[in-house]
Design a protein around this ligand. Structure first.
Ligand code: URA
Length: 197
């Protein structure tokens, strides 16, 4: 009941504003721009990356650097554009030097992602990389053994389908991961057809 009331009164504009003004963790001191996320606000497919990189921090938009170019290519390979999906990150500000996000940063920032998920009510979530896969799987009651074992598998609850994938940035340096990501996108395509999305 609480959750329903909460999501009815929330809006993406409000969440984005709060993210841009957030000072809950030290990342706000080094960021140029917080990166709330973007895409069709009513879309049923959501991608969740790790945290903004340098280019994303400069522009305030998710996945606009080299990894983003590859993500665009993967989306286009199954006939999608950014407008067909919603793209965000588990941590909304850039960790300096692109280091991994800390447990504390994830803990403090993930309530924004939770609200985005409540609001968008996605049918499919594709977490990208090990940090967001662990967070999303555990949030919905699954255990993640490792990204290698979880990626490309579909985890189902009544409400939601989770399809963890390798992170596109990792795939830039490893041809094998590129192929695995292409396979995951084909699984996503089939899933969207099955779900009539
Ligand atoms: N890597 C991410 O995880 N997110 C971005 O927005 C860009 C690169």
């Amino acid at each position: 009941m609480q959750t329903d009331l909460f999501s009815f009164s929330d809006s993406m504009e409000e969440i984005e504003k709060e993210i841009r003004e957030c000072k809950k963790c030290p990342l706000h001191k080094t960021r140029k721009h917080a990166v709330p996320g973007e895409g069709g606000h009513r879309r049923r497919v959501m991608f969740v990356g790790e945290a903004p990189g340098r280019r994303e921090d400069e522009l305030g938009r998710p996945f606009v650097g080299a990894a983003g170019k590859f993500l665009d290519e993967l989306l286009s390979s199954i006939g999608l554009t950014r407008e067909d999906v919603y793209i965000t990150n588990i941590v909304k500000c850039r960790p300096p030097g692109n280091r991994d996000p800390t447990d504390m940063e994830i803990k403090l920032c993930s309530p924004f992602l939770d609200r985005q998920i409540n609001l968008l009510n996605p049918r499919i979530i594709c977490p990208l990389g090990r940090f967001s896969s662990k967070y999303i799987l555990e949030k919905f009651g699954f255990q993640m053994e490792s990204i290698t074992k979880s990626q490309g598998k579909i985890y189902k609850t009544d409400k939601i389908l989770i399809l963890p994938m390798y992170h596109p940035a990792a795939a830039l340096y490893h041809q094998y991961l590129k192929e695995e990501l292409r396979k995951s996108f084909n699984i996503l395509k089939a899933l969207m057809e099955e779900e009539d999305l």
